[in-house]
Design a protein around this ligand. Structure first.
Ligand code: NAD
Length: 353
């Protein structure tokens, strides 16, 4: 089986789909692994490292697409790349299939099977293949580090002969995978952390990582069978905004990660709430690229609104590309092995737990 790994071409993308250590395992299973020259450079891996473990290095990108039985990637492909692929080939990457109808149709027309890494069930049984969680964990860490970089204060309490500094107040809205990691990171840095999530089951998880859970009675909220949050009514969103207003005003850092699967994220911080924060405070809006939890946040930019720094950077996991690649390579290896002759098929499963 010929497995091809083309170089990522999205501007600023330094993550890669497979590390030399995992390439070695595929080669050892008998795969004919072809890597585009320079593929690993963004994450600090050289062509020589891939050649050493048995991969072939190719300078002909078109040939990679034409000859591959299995293509392993991180980002979704270009339309014109799909038309080059062999009928019957398999393409594995993030795909954003709910929005990328043209890509899905192109795969269908080309007779190529496309596997979307986002669609792996978010269950315990398949968590070793959960690419979204692997990257969201890192994004949670990166958001806190970015906030710390822009905040003109330190996170921990510090008692010195020159005076005592109070710990920074951090408020995390949305405590899924990224939010919980943001809470844990902010705690490790010494911040005083409060968090809120609409899924009631999250309160205990928030407390278990040492943060305070903000109690807001929004009435019926709950979660879907897949474990995702249900969309709030406009009245519930307004109630949540009002209930969070005071905490936001007293926070040095606010991190928003609130998402509703398949829907636009709710706007939870309005301009007047930003104006209520002290100048120099920092907001990190993880949802900026998909519509934003914060009014005025700009995707992939850092803007200042009424003296408050609002960070809307995307591809947060890409800021720690080497570790992000290591994790993505690891989760995707679990999946790819199933497609190799001699691979170990795992029982599927869509149920929680
Ligand atoms: P996500 O990115 O879809 O959303 C992030 C968080 O925002 C969620 O916790 C959600 O409840 C919250 N949210 C939505 N609207 C909100 C609002 N108005 N205010 C505050 N918070 C709001 O979620 P995710 O981090 O990708 O996780 C999705 C689900 O998958 C979670 O239930 C998670 O526990 C589950 N999961 C399970 C496993 C497993 O192994 N069992 C692994 C990974 C994820």
């Amino acid at each position: 089986m010929r497995i091809a790994i083309p170089k990522e071409t999205h501007p600023g993308e330094n993550r890669i789909p497979i590390t030399p250590a995992h390439a070695k395992k595929l080669c050892a299973m008998g795969a004919d692994l072809v890597v585009e020259a320079g593929m690993g450079a963004g994450s600090g891996f050289t062509d020589a490292e891939y050649a050493e473990v048995g991969a072939t290095i190719s300078h002909d990108r078109g040939e990679l697409f034409r000859s591959a039985d299995l293509l392993l990637r991180l980002r979704k492909p270009q339309l014109e790349e799909i038309s080059q692929m062999k009928r019957g080939a398999i393409h594995i990457s993030y795909l954003d299939p709910f929005n990328e109808h043209a890509l899905v149709n192109a795969f269908k027309d080309a007779g190529v099977t496309a596997i979307s890494m986002e669609m792996i069930p978010r269950t315990t049984r398949s968590q070793k293949m959960d690419a979204l969680s692997s990257q969201a964990n890192l994004a949670g860490y990166v958001m806190v580090i970015q906030a710390a970089t822009y905040l003109p204060r330190i996170f921990p309490m510090m008692m010195t002969p020159a005076g005592t500094l109070k710990p920074a107040n951090v408020f995390v809205i949305g405590a899924g995978v990224a939010g919980l990691q943001a809470i844990a990171t902010a705690k490790r840095l010494g911040g005083k952390v409060t968090a809120f999530d609409t899924r009631p089951v999250v309160a205990e998880q928030v407390r278990s990582v040492g943060a305070k859970f903000l109690e807001i009675d929004l009435g019926e909220t709950g979660e879907t069978a897949g474990g995702y949050a249900k969309e709030l009514t406009p009245e519930q969103v307004e109630k949540q905004r009002q209930a969070q207003k005071d905490v936001i005003a007293k926070s040095d850092v606010v991190i928003t990660t609130a998402q509703v699967f398949g829907r636009k994220p709710p706007v939870l911080i309005t301009r007047d709430m930003i104006e209520g924060m002290a100048p120099g405070s920092v907001i990190v809006d993880m949802a900026a690229e998909t519509g934003g939890n914060v009014e005025g946040s700009v995707p992939n930019e850092v803007v200042v609104i009424s003296g408050v720094t609002v960070i809307g950077k995307g591809n947060l996991a890409g800021e720690v590309a080497r570790d992000a690649s290591q994790m993505y390579s690891n989760v995707r290896r679990q999946r790819d092995l199933r497609y190799l002759p001699g691979g170990r098929p795992q029982p599927g499963g869509h149920g929680q737990g």
